[in-house]
Design a protein around this ligand. Structure first.
Ligand SMILES: [Zn+2]
Ligand SMILES: [Zn+2]
Length: 135
């Protein structure tokens, strides 16, 4: 049985993911706010090889401050954000917590870009918060 499963709002895009979660955390950067339409993104990183994707996504590529190019895959039918990747760090893929069915697996380990967080968002003091992206 796959560890994580999920799908977009319309169901055209789905995934099954096996293997261990590499890391997971909340990102409060403006890019994540804009692309999700939410206050922040909860990203679940897994090895690309462990994630099997079914259905067609559309890819948006953009550059960030570090000079790296990031990609965002979304369902062209319903617009749900499905996967993110950093072309400067190949091999890992970021799933979006909201599309994952196994909600009990969502346990963010950190907050990044805490300097950009909305005033209405209260950070969990039990996990580290970084003003930007560490290291
Ligand atoms: Zn869809
Ligand atoms: Zn972000």
């Amino acid at each position: 049985m796959p560890k994580l499963t999920g799908n977009c709002l319309c169901g055209n895009v789905s995934f099954k993911a096996d293997g261990d979660i590499m890391m997971q955390g909340n990102c409060h950067c403006l890019d994540c706010q804009q692309v999700t339409g939410a206050a922040y993104a909860t990203l679940v990183f897994m090895s690309e090889n462990d994630v099997k994707i079914t259905g067609e996504t559309k890819k948006f590529e953009h550059k960030v401050d570090s000079g790296n190019s990031l990609t965002k895959d979304f369902c062209p039918n319903c617009g749900s954000q499905m996967f993110g990747a950093n072309l400067g760090r190949p091999g890992s893929i970021a799933l979006r917590a909201g599309s994952i069915n196994e909600k009990a697996e969502i346990k963010p380990q950190f907050n990044v870009y805490a300097s950009r967080k909305l005033d209405c968002v209260i950070l969990d003091n039990n996990i580290p918060a970084f003003d930007k992206m560490p290291g």
